[in-house]
Ligand binder design. Sequence first.
Ligand SMILES: C[S@@+](CC[C@H](N)C(=O)[O-])C[C@H]1O[C@@H](n2cnc3c(N)ncnc32)[C@H](O)[C@@H]1O
Length: 245
Amino acid sequence: MSSIYESNKILAEYLLFHYGTAEEILPPDRIWPPGMREALDFPVRTSAHFSPGIVERGLDLGCAVGRSTFEMSRTCREVIGIDFSHAFIHAAEALGNGQPLAYDRREEAFVVTTLEARMPKEIDGARARFQQGDAMNLMTSFGAFDRVHAANLLCRLSEPERLLENLPSLVKSGGELVLATPCTWLEEFTPSVNWPMNSTFEWLLSTLTPAFSLLRRADEPFLIRETARKFQWTTSLVTVWRRHD
Ligand SMILES: C[S@@+](CC[C@H](N)C(=O)[O-])C[C@H]1O[C@@H](n2cnc3c(N)ncnc32)[C@H](O)[C@@H]1O
């Protein structure tokens, strides 16, 4: 499995991606192309795809540094965030305990600006807990959840089919699943024998429909700032599903 998500560079990029303000990501002293602002707050937007209402249990797979897990905790009494990266899980746990985390936003070469990430003020950190783990091989003791969220995870797994096969047992009857994927299949993460044969959407539809109904699909852009002048600007395909009774 790739270890890129253990590096300080990627940790800092994800702290900025999940917790940076608009001014920190797109400083107002520059003119930014139209659309970049709309790509901010991705973890807030994907977790807002669940139906309104309060539920008991949520699961956030591939949670990274935890922003979507905290967002889910607004409407789930208990949420578990799972990520394979120890560095990401340590950061999410620290933030959940109310600790601010200093990190460097890279401008270019050796030039950095030190910023601070914090859990959003109105979140109750006690509702969210984090655990290092493998989304393809989850402990059966987790049980089933009312809501399962997995953003930009599928095409980072070596065997994504294994996660899809487990989803019917992870989501309670009547529960909801939000999957987001930019469909960026890369040999570095997923051997090409495990890529979908057709479009990712068709693959999801044929694999999930026996147990789930598709409620809707949407496109959600996201922006990851690497330096002052280099961004990953991508669109994720979001699908929302309900587990059959
Ligand atoms: C592209 S990032 C997306 C993170 C976050 N959901 C977001 O949308 O910002 C992929 C995440 O999946 C995690 N990951 C990769 N393989 C995993 C696995 N087998 N089990 C759990 N998490 C995994 C990585 O550590 C990383 O945090």
